[in-house]
Design a protein around this ligand. Sequence first.
Ligand SMILES: [Zn+2]
Ligand SMILES: [Zn+2]
Length: 81
Amino acid sequence: MNRPQQVSQAPEKCASCEGTGKLAVAAGYGVSCLVCGGKGSIMVAQPAGACHQCMGSGRRSATALCLACAGTGWMRVVIQG
Ligand SMILES: [Zn+2]
Ligand SMILES: [Zn+2]
């Protein structure tokens, strides 16, 4: 049995929207989170590890996304599709 090694993956909470799938852009007005596509979670290869650049916050500053994890807050995010 020589099958390719499978990396297990599991959904983890999206740091940008904190799992809600929505971003509040103004009081009473929100848009779907682009980082997770509005799902509130993203697939991460296990064992999941928080992004070292932003310490899992998904942000470099109040307004800028972390480039290392693209705002997810996680390392080794599995790109789907
Ligand atoms: Zn999100
Ligand atoms: Zn990051």
